[in-house]
Write a protein that binds this ligand. Sequence first.
Ligand code: UD1
Ligand code: M6R
Length: 371
Amino acid sequence: NKGNYEHYMQKEIHEQPESLTTTMRGRLIRGGSCKAKTVLLGGLKDHLKTIRRSRRIVFVGCGTSYNAALAARPILEELSGVPVTMEIASDLVDRQGPIYREDTAVFVSQSGETADTLLAFEYALENGALCVGITNTVGSAIARHTHCGVHINAGAEIGVASTKAYTSQIVVMAMLALAIGGDAISSQARREAIIDGLFDLPNRVREVLKLDHEMKDLAKLLMAEQSLLVFGRGYNYATALEGALKVKEVALMHSEGMLAGEMKHGPLALVDENLPIIVIATRDTCFSKQQSVIQQLHARKGRLIVMCSKGDAASVSPGESCRVIEVPQVEDCLQPVVNIVPLQLLAYHLTVLKGYNVDQPRNLAKSVTTQ
Ligand code: UD1
Ligand code: M6R
């Protein structure tokens, strides 16, 4: 049921304040007078000790689920102190990459039925790793066969392009980082700031959804383009990859997400006055580096669209030709949840303007159950 919306993708983008609320329901505890703010993930509580003691956490997924794990990686590293590595499921299987008994392997899958992810899971299980699932689908293969896990509870996602599952996955993995971080005194203030940020997140997403019309205008401007680059780094490297994946998947436009730190190592050669480039430059510890990326792209006459924190338009915009997307600022590790929304809206509007099928892009299936 699409309700008042024309497409499932549109509905699922706009219902993110609600889906995020459901994801967090009953799992965040902002205790009374003597109780600290904490996280309770029922499915993991008996396994946290083992996860904390593991030598490595390996995230495994495909497509958007991989990107969500990439967005959560920095906060998991920060709060757990455990090294975190990333694996695209098919690549782990192709390489038969090393997985050990001392590893915790976390399988991220909206459907819980993706063939590549399931094969990687069987492989990790055979190698003795603790296997954790993060899925939206109760009763799916990942949910049933992993040792433990967390349901993201985002509600059914119908559009082939994953939107609300992405933001809920990031929130679950941020909660996972908080749960593994436990009660270390050194990071208590940081953990409490993140928990406050999580409580506030649905409101911030509601706020960023108001950019809908602005993104439609931007889509009109970009709809005839051949290609679109998205530069991000740090917490928002994942946002660049995921924004570009949405654009190519539904709008059938070539788009690449790139790590801004790699710009000078090749991509800079592509820059001219025609190719549109989105630079994500919201406030975090990478901000000044992104400011200098913007300057360098501008010096080469790059056609820039900059995403920045509210109030920062003047400090990021190198000139009048630059378009600016201002988004609400949240705790740095949660910023990817806010920042992806305008890009989801952009991909949606590009697709509708071009007259393509939004909910079922050509050649794609919602759940990829074959290799
Ligand atoms: C569970 C209930 C929820 C109830 C809550 C009350 C279910 C599905 N969830 O939620 O309805 O309101 O208790 O305390 O009945 N699991 C895996 N792999 C996965 C995902 C989950 O093994 O990929 C396991 C978990 O380890 C757990 C169970 O499935 O044992 C349920 O997980 P989850 O729904 O996330 O647990 P709760 O949030 O505690
Ligand atoms: O169900 P899964 O999360 O395992 O699916 C993984 C990918 O197939 C999926 O995210 C795909 O990339 C989406 N269509 C992206 O929007």
